[in-house]
Design a protein around this ligand. Structure first.
Ligand code: G3P
Length: 220
């Protein structure tokens, strides 16, 4: 499994990149708004992220008609070679994904909640398919079961191009563990989850005892 950060926060992206584990970044309009982003600075902000990350950076379109989505996607893809255009799954989004894929532009199809949505995203030419987990949990459904179904269905077929599953809307470590065991290619996680993924109380306890014993060595 590869780890992506699901954020538009530059400091968090720089920190995760410094750990050597950051394989990509996903953003969306909500995450950009959370950083106080403006329309005028949007492309420059994506460019800043692309310069930090050695991997795909998803930037989302907001158009509802295929022509608008394609036009936005072409502009976003011109920002940097590692931009991936994020497109919501809907009929116009599928049509735009087909057109963008035909232009050689990688698409991350987002807001996938069902097996047919995931299959259609891949058929339309999406390079990445993003099933959401946490938002199912928010409405008392098992997001991991839905993710498992989407991963299994996608694995049944050859789409004629590489398709990677990005487990998205990740809220905690167990989402990541289960997604990895199901074979999701990527987990895109908020920075606070990434921090928790590297921690374990036994690691902390082990480190404490190693350091305490090293004091004995130094004083021997
Ligand atoms: O990037 C899309 C997805 O990860 C959003 O997650 O937490 O808003 O459901 P969330």
């Amino acid at each position: 499994m590869k780890f992506f950060l699901d954020t538009a926060n530059i400091r968090d992206i720089e920190e995760a990149a410094s750990w050597g584990v950051l394989a990509g970044v996903t953003t969306n309009p909500t995450l950009y708004a959370r950083e106080g982003g403006t329309l005028a600075d949007f492309h420059a902000h994506i460019e800043r992220i692309c310069a930090i990350v050695d991997g795909p950076v998803s930037a989302e379109t907001v158009g509802l008609k295929r022509a608008e989505i394609v036009a936005e996607g072409v502009e976003l893809a011109a920002i940097a070679p590692n931009v991936v255009v994020k497109v919501p799954v809907m009929p116009e989004g599928l049509a735009a994904t087909k057109a963008l894929a035909e232009k050689g532009i990688a698409v991350n199809m987002t807001l996938c909640f069902t097996v047919p949505q995931a299959l259609m995203a891949a058929r339309a030419g999406a390079r990445y398919v993003s099933p959401f987990i946490g938002r199912f949990d928010d409405i008392s459904e098992d997001g991991l079961e839905h993710l498992g179904n989407m991963v299994a269905a996608l694995n049944n077929y050859d789409f004629g191009h590489d398709v990677e599953v990005i487990a998205a809307s990740v809220r905690h470590n167990q989402h990541v563990v289960a997604a990895a065991l199901m074979g999701a290619d990527i987990a895109t996680v908020p920075f606070n989850v990434l921090e928790k993924l590297v921690k374990h109380p036994l690691t902390d306890r082990g480190l404490e005892s190693f350091l305490a014993d090293w004091e004995k060595v130094k004083n021997a």
